[in-house]
Design a protein around this ligand. Structure first.
Ligand code: GCW
Length: 677
């Protein structure tokens, strides 16, 4: 339950003595909310780590201590750091320095101090020497947000770890203990914003912006505020009709604009530091400006005007596409949709509107290219949206450490401003000099005792936060931090779990959809193999497998023309059958099963080989986990063991269903003569 904040007692010995000698007291100067939170986090954390609760005052006997505070509010902070050093600290950054007999944690804001406190606890957990600390940390991204897809009935859309911790019985829960503990987890990795309800805002959630729910929303916001996290709400674009009694939700109608302004004013009466709205509009049957022949800039700008007087922002999702497609129509392409809808609007969004773009053009598949929207809208604020919850990546029954996937996305070169125009620089706002930017991600937690269902899925939540703070951290480094804080400092545990995490994405990919094609899952549930499930549905996510070949032709020459949405050499690479990387081949091209990959194998043989290997490697995970029996807390070990058995079995199922399907379609046998049913 304590996840990476268990603060497991340090082993008896020199390091524990060392840590204890530096932490005899924690002295806080200032009364800002987050400084007080930082103080209590340090007191509790140190007590658990060292076995000794620190005092609150500077020790009179000359012992060493920790001093915390903002430059404005703390003499220690002001004296320890020069003016120049203070100026280098960004709004939410911090400095930590060992100075004489104290360790000083200082920030330009109380939030920075809080992040510094968690950082120091992380250092102690990992056994770092405290004698000569001297570090400066500034978050790379301004917006570091979590999206809950929780519904008021307690269910969670795409939730795989139990029910909501926010809602039950069509109401917001009164006991916010668990929400507070979640806030701690989020703040400890540097996250600073949360939207607390599903982007599909249904009947009751539409009323969150009214007096009926605002008092309770305000309590939730207060809980997050102590941890430096701003609360946002997902809204229903048709709310003026559904709860306001108006006849229209047309964004250019004066009465509609007025209505939203009144709502905003009321929300800010309850929550003075309310973050703003998250909006899913004109997508998957949700209402939006299209109903009134208006575009998305009209819709977003109207809400932005309502929030501006209070400093709020509108986060507008770009997941907009036509979900009703005819298979005979080979020109309509869901992958094109976001770009086609939004690029013509570049420059028209108000400065407090931020577009939230999913990492890939489709929908969080195991493997997708990067959305070409990154780099294509230089005059618009943008955040990147990831999915921590494992909708298409094994639903927290299978292990899939997603940090390597996100790293790959962030390092992708868009060429928008020549070499070095990586997605991470579009997201953080620096490439185009935008005022807002950052990360958003769909959460993977629920009310399961271990938060995430699969005990190792916690690493994804942890890793997401750390990456949002600094996208240059490595996947291995993040994994190691998480493992030592969660399981302690046993070498064998570290090595084994780290190895398992690092190979897990590749394992999952190798028994599910091959070569970037995606979507071979059971429709709606998105778990388990159903090769033709979406092939015979109107959602438009086809792979076009027949007896000759497979893949979606997205070239300009003969396909949907999607490749032209990329810039520089990306467009040429994806247009070319020879140059497209193997792992994305079927995303961009339709090829015969006998097509030879860069690896030298035919497509069909690749499909067979990776399915067999994937199932075997999944079984290998079980064996590795089992080798840790006795080294991991028994109940967690058992939870993991059950999950790995399921994964092993389901990987075999994937293998067999896909192999049989492709054997029957193609008639081409496995070169190694293995069993295909
Ligand atoms: O991935 C799809 C999911 C929907 C989700 C939608 C979205 C919240 O299957 O459940 O709805 O994306 O991102 O809006």
């Amino acid at each position: 339950y304590g996840a990476w904040l268990n603060h497991l007692p340090l082993a008896e010995g020199a390091y524990r003595e060392h840590a204890a000698s530096w932490t005899k007291a924690v002295v806080a100067e200032g009364t800002e909310l987050c400084v007080l939170t930082a103080l209590s986090e340090l007191e509790d954390g140190i007590a658990k780590l060292t076995g000794k609760r620190p005092e609150k005052d500077i020790p009179q006997n000359g012992s060493r201590y920790i001093a915390i505070g903002t430059f404005a509010g703390s003499a220690a902070a002001k004296e320890t750091f020069s003016r120049e050093e203070q100026a280098e600290v960004a709004a939410e950054g911090f400095r930590i320095r060992t100075s004489g007999r104290s360790i000083v944690i200082a920030g330009a804001s109380a939030q920075g101090v809080l992040y510094g406190a968690f950082h120091l606890l992380r250092l102690i957990s990992s056994g770092a020497s405290l004698d000569e600390l001297n570090l400066l940390e500034n978050p790379v991204n301004g917006i570091r947000m979590i999206n809950q897809w929780d519904n008021i009935d307690g269910s969670i859309e795409r939730g795989y770890a139990g029910n909501s911790i926010f809602y039950a019985n069509d109401d917001i829960v009164d006991d916010l203990t668990r929400v507070r503990d979640y806030a701690r987890m989020l703040a400890s990795v540097g996250l600073n914003a949360i939207s607390i309800n599903n982007v599909n805002a249904h009947r009751y959630e539409t009323m969150f912006i009214t007096e009926r729910f605002l008092p309770k929303v305000a309590r939730v916001a207060e809980t997050f505020r102590k941890y430096g996290i701003k609360t946002f709400l997902s809204i229903n674009f048709a709310a003026p009709i559904e709860v306001g009694g108006l006849e229209t939700a047309d964004p250019l109608e004066a009465s509609v604009q007025e209505w939203w302004k009144e709502r905003a004013a009321e929300i800010y009466r309850y929550i003075p530091d309310f973050g703003g709205f998250l909006v899913k509009a004109d997508s998957e049957n949700r209402p939006g400006p299209f109903t009134y022949d208006r575009d998305h800039a009209d819709g977003a700008n109207m809400l932005a005007d309502a929030l501006r007087p209070f400093g709020g922002v509108v986060i507008w999702r770009c997941f907009v596409y036509n979900c009703k497609q005819d298979w005979r129509d080979r020109k309509t392409d869901r992958a094109r949709a976001a770009y086609d809808h939004f690029t013509p609007l570049d420059g028209r969004f108000k400065d407090n509107v931020i577009l939230q773009v999913k990492n890939g053009p489709m929908d969080f598949q195991v493997r997708e290219p990067l959305s070409p929207l990154f780099g294509a809208m230089p005059n618009t604020n943008m955040t990147i949206e990831f999915q921590i919850t494992q909708e298409y990546t094994g639903q927290q029954r299978h292990l899939c450490y997603l940090v390597p996937q996100w790293k790959e996305a962030l390092e992708f070169e868009t060429y928008a401003r020549g070499e070095g125009s990586t997605v991470k620089r579009v997201a953080d706002g620096t490439l185009f000099g935008r005022s807002y930017g950052g990360f958003a991600a769909v959460s993977n937690i629920g009310d399961d005792a271990n938060w995430t269902g699969h005990p190792l899925a916690q690493a994804n939540l942890y890793g997401y936060g750390r990456l949002a703070w600094n996208p240059d951290l490595t996947s291995e480094g993040i994994a190691a931090e998480w493992i030592t804080q969660t399981f302690g400092s046993n070498e064998q545990v570290l090595e084994t779990v780290s190895g398992m995490l690092m190979e897990s994405w590749s394992i999952y990919e190798s028994y599910t959809a091959p070569l970037g094609v995606g979507w071979m899952v059971t429709p709606h549930y998105h778990y388990g193999p159903d090769v033709d499930g979406y092939e015979y549905s109107k959602w438009g996510t086809y792979h076009f497998a027949d007896l000759h070949g497979i893949g979606v032709d997205r070239t300009v020459k003969s396909g949907t023309g999607y490749t032209a949405q990329y810039q520089g050499s990306n467009a040429e690479v994806y247009e070319s059958l020879e140059r497209t990387p193997d792992e994305l081949l079927l995303f961009f091209h339709h090829v015969p099963y006998t097509h030879v990959l860069k690896s030298g194998k035919t497509v069909i043989q690749h499909i067979y080989d990776t399915r067999f290997e994937g199932a075997e490697r999944a079984a290998g995970l079980t064996a590795k986990w089992n080798s840790l029996e006795g080294l991991i807390e028994p109940s967690i070990f058992e939870e993991g063991k059950q999950r790995f058995l399921i994964q092993e079995e389901h990987a075999q199922h994937w293998r067999d269903v896909l192999n049989t399907y492709f054997f029957r379609k193609s008639g081409l046998p496995d070169a190694l003569g293995r069993t295909i049913y």
